[in-house]
Write a protein that binds this ligand. Structure first.
Ligand SMILES: [Zn+2]
Length: 63
């Protein structure tokens, strides 16, 4: 299973191994919902810093 990163409303990032398609988990730190911040390739995040911000907002868009 792939490892994804999730961010809760407190800004805490949690790495967790989850099934593909999982969009959110419960933050182990505060118990709130943490949403996935990158769909794949967590190593890219670690190496390149915070491009995930623009990625998620551009992908989100409006339906
Ligand atoms: Zn949290």
């Amino acid at each position: 299973m792939p490892v994804y990163e999730f961010q809760c409303p407190n800004g805490k990032i949690t790495e967790k191994m989850v099934k593909m398609g999982t969009r959110q988990i419960t933050c182990p730190h505060c118990g709130k919902k943490a949403t996935k911040i990158l769909s794949a390739c967590t190593f890219t995040l670690k190496g390149g810093g915070w491009y995930a911000d623009g990625y998620s907002s551009s992908k989100k868009g409006k339906k």
